[in-house]
Write a protein that binds this ligand. Structure first.
Ligand SMILES: [Zn+2]
Length: 148
């Protein structure tokens, strides 16, 4: 968890640096099926996360954060690989996927930081999305989670 704390509360957060710190090589997959967001697999002593390069840059960030969550919390479940579809569903349980989504949201749009910006007047979805380099949808969901 120490590794994760080093990346707390930065906007936008440096996912590639976090991947390196976790021993995850990030590949942009050119040939993934359209309904695959990304996957993570063991490779030797480390891991490889493949992100669907056909998706938008912001979507790719969400996918990478999600795959890194699998590396952090579910490395014992990765086995031959976890492959996530467009809704971040996979062969592992929905609870596992929810945990990965929650982690991704919390890292991409950290609560402490977004609360501070909100108090300072940044309350609209497009500004939050821009500041944290996430999709409007991701920003909207996070604002709803934090502020109702
Ligand atoms: Zn997943």
């Amino acid at each position: 968890m120490e590794v994760i704390r080093n990346f707390a509360d930065r906007a936008p957060m440096d996912l590639d640096a976090m991947a390196r710190a976790l021993g995850v090589e990030v590949r942009r997959g050119q040939n993934l099926a359209a309904n695959v967001s990304g996957k993570i697999e063991r490779r030797g002593a480390g891991f490889v996360a493949t992100i669907n390069a056909a998706h938008s840059a912001k979507r790719q960030r969400s996918t990478l954060a999600h795959e890194l969550a699998h590396r952090i919390f579910h490395s014992d479940l990765i086995g031959d690989g976890i492959s996530d579809d467009g809704l971040y569903r996979s062969s592992v349980s929905d609870d596992i996927e929810r945990q990965a989504n929650a982690f991704a949201a919390g890292r991409l749009v950290p609560a402490r930081l977004v609360r501070k910006l909100y108090r300072e007047g940044m309350k609209d979805t497009p500004s939050i999305a821009e500041r944290f380099d996430v999709s409007d949808d991701a920003a909207r969901v996070r604002l709803r989670e934090l502020f109702g």
